[in-house]
Design a protein around this ligand. Structure first.
Ligand SMILES: NC(=O)c1ccc[n+]([C@@H]2O[C@H](COP(=O)([O-])OP(=O)(O)OC[C@H]3O[C@@H](n4cnc5c(N)ncnc54)[C@H](O)[C@@H]3O)[C@@H](O)[C@H]2O)c1
Length: 454
């Protein structure tokens, strides 16, 4: 065992180790590129032949990864991709970055991890390091991955090395990217931890070793549950503020001037993305198996899940001031990606907002410079629909504009000047305006509303 560990350590230090990344998505491609930049030969394995082709052609399809990087690494022979798992025979290390979605029942869908590990197990050989990065419940690495790999006859910590290291990438974040976000690493044994830390330490600035794979798995779920719960809290505060005629955005901005003991979270139209709406349910599923009732997670899920309905109520309230109904109104949804300045639509609350408005009889259009089209399968009851341009002439055509994602590219001044009614779920329009109905805040001019309340 010591000899195998030493050999792999030497290969990593000398960059002779051949690295592999399974799953070339938002997480896997940036990681493979970092390994390439660190001087390793990196091979991506993905079932999606189009992604594999793109990498081999020197093209990036992930906005945070410049095509120039993929091209340069490809030209140096440091980055390539394949759909064929038999390449595992030639690899020394593998990082698994496949999706971990929820089933409709909110149970973990482990099928992607299982299929990736099956592919690896067929070609596993002594001395390899396997690291799972996909966000998952505590126990996945030693209860699911380890037995599958050990069914080959090789033993974890002895014949091969096994670790979990959560990915923390924040797509679209210009400051923090794969190489400068500290990397938590937990191995099955100390040697496993050390080798995983050695590998990541070659490409990532700060490594944070923890005592086990389960601790590392739980770290990621704490981080994301922390966000889900705090967003749930501030969303509930927004609902309260709406009733109490208080501007929740002003409250949060003032509260965050406290230099200690407070962290600002903002309300919004609902949770989106592959992580925050999903990961806490991985934890609650596992906790329930031990007879533990994870109340915070369920409550936050309930409040956050209700936000698209609240947005639709706001639209109805806004149209009501114009003596219009949602039914038959032309509504423009501004922004459908799950957050600002990215193209990722996964779990986007815009899909719920659009589906709910459609169900109430609205005619839906959307604008989003990052998302040229939305497919029928992505929104309930919906159809294939293409983005419209948010030109002044276009804006004026709609009875109501709902800002669901506050992309920087939108011309908010033009919106305020041209739209009859705006529902702003992101506080994108800072100055009060009589036509702007903000989530968690009194109506723009607020004087008429005060008069009613008094
Ligand atoms: N996107 C994020 O911001 C983010 C941040 C932190 C953690 N994560 C976690 O990282 C993991 C990956 O997320 P992502 O956003 O990169 O997903 P993604 O959907 O962008 O990419 C996953 C890739 O895996 C491929 N794939 C699926 N099954 C495969 C298999 N059996 N073999 C080979 N390839 C396979 C898919 O074709 C796809 O290209 C998830 O667990 C996610 O929760 C994501």
């Amino acid at each position: 065992m010591a000899a195998l560990a030493e050999t792999l350590r030497d290969k990593i230090r000398s960059r002779r180790a051949r690295t592999g990344v399974v799953g070339l998505g938002y997480v896997g491609l940036p990681l493979a590129v970092e390994f390439g930049k660190a001087g390793f030969h990196a091979t991506g394995i993905d079932l999606d032949a189009r992604k594999v082709q793109a990498i081999n052609d020197g093209r990036s399809y992930i906005p945070d990864v410049p095509t120039a990087d993929v091209q340069a690494l490809g030209a140096k022979g440091l980055l390539d991709a394949t759909t064929d798992f038999s390449i595992v025979r030639d690899l020394d290390t593998i990082n698994i970055c496949v999706p971990t979605p929820l089933r409709k029942t909110k149970d973990p869908d482990m099928s992607y991890i299982v299929s990736a590990v099956e592919g690896i197990a067929k070609h596993l050989h002594p001395g390899m390091l396997i690291v799972l990065e996909s966000t998952t419940y505590p126990g996945t690495t030693d209860e699911v991955v380890q037995p599958m790999l050990e069914a080959t006859g090789l033993k974890a910590g002895q014949d091969f090395f096994l670790a979990f290291s959560p990915e923390r990438v924040d797509p679209g974040n210009p400051t923090f990217q794969t190489h400068n976000v500290p990397k938590v690493v937990g191995g099955y044994t100390t040697a496993c931890s050390q080798l995983a830390a050695e590998l990541y330490g070659s490409a990532i600035e700060t490594i944070v070793p923890v005592s086990s794979t389960r601790v590392a798995e739980m770290v990621k779920l704490l981080e994301n549950t922390f966000r889900a719960v705090n967003i749930g809290l501030v969303n509930e505060l927004a609902l309260m503020c709406d009733r109490m005629n208080i501007n929740v955005w002003e409250v949060v901005d003032a509260a965050k001037t406290k230099p200690f003991g407070f962290m600002a979270f903002y309300p919004g139209p609902g949770l989106g993305g592959h992580c925050i709406p999903i990961d806490p349910f991985y934890l609650s599923w596992k906790a329930k198996q031990t007879g533990f009732d994870p109340r915070f997670i369920e409550l936050a899920g309930h409040i956050n899940g209700g936000m698209p309905h609240y947005v639709v109520d706001k639209v109805s309230e806004a149209l009501n001031t114009r003596r219009k109904a949602v039914n038959g109104s032309n509504i423009l949804v501004a922004g459908v990606a799950y957050k600002r300045d990215i193209d990722d639509m996964r779990e986007s609350p815009a899909m719920d907002v659009m589906g709910l408005l459609l169900a109430r009889g609205a005619n839906i259009a959307y604008a989003d410079p990052w998302v040229p089209e939305v497919h029928a399968r992505e929104w309930s009851g919906g159809y294939d629909i293409k983005a419209v341009d948010m030109t002044r002439g276009n804006i004026a055509k709609y009875d109501c504009v709902v800002i669901v994602t506050d992309h920087k590219a939108f011309d908010y001044q033009a919106l305020v000047e041209e739209a009859d009614v705006i529902v702003d779920t992101r506080n994108a329009i800072k100055d009060p305006h009589p036509n702007v109905f903000k989530l968690g805040a009194p109506r723009g001019a607020s004087e008429d509303r005060k008069a009613v309340i008094v």
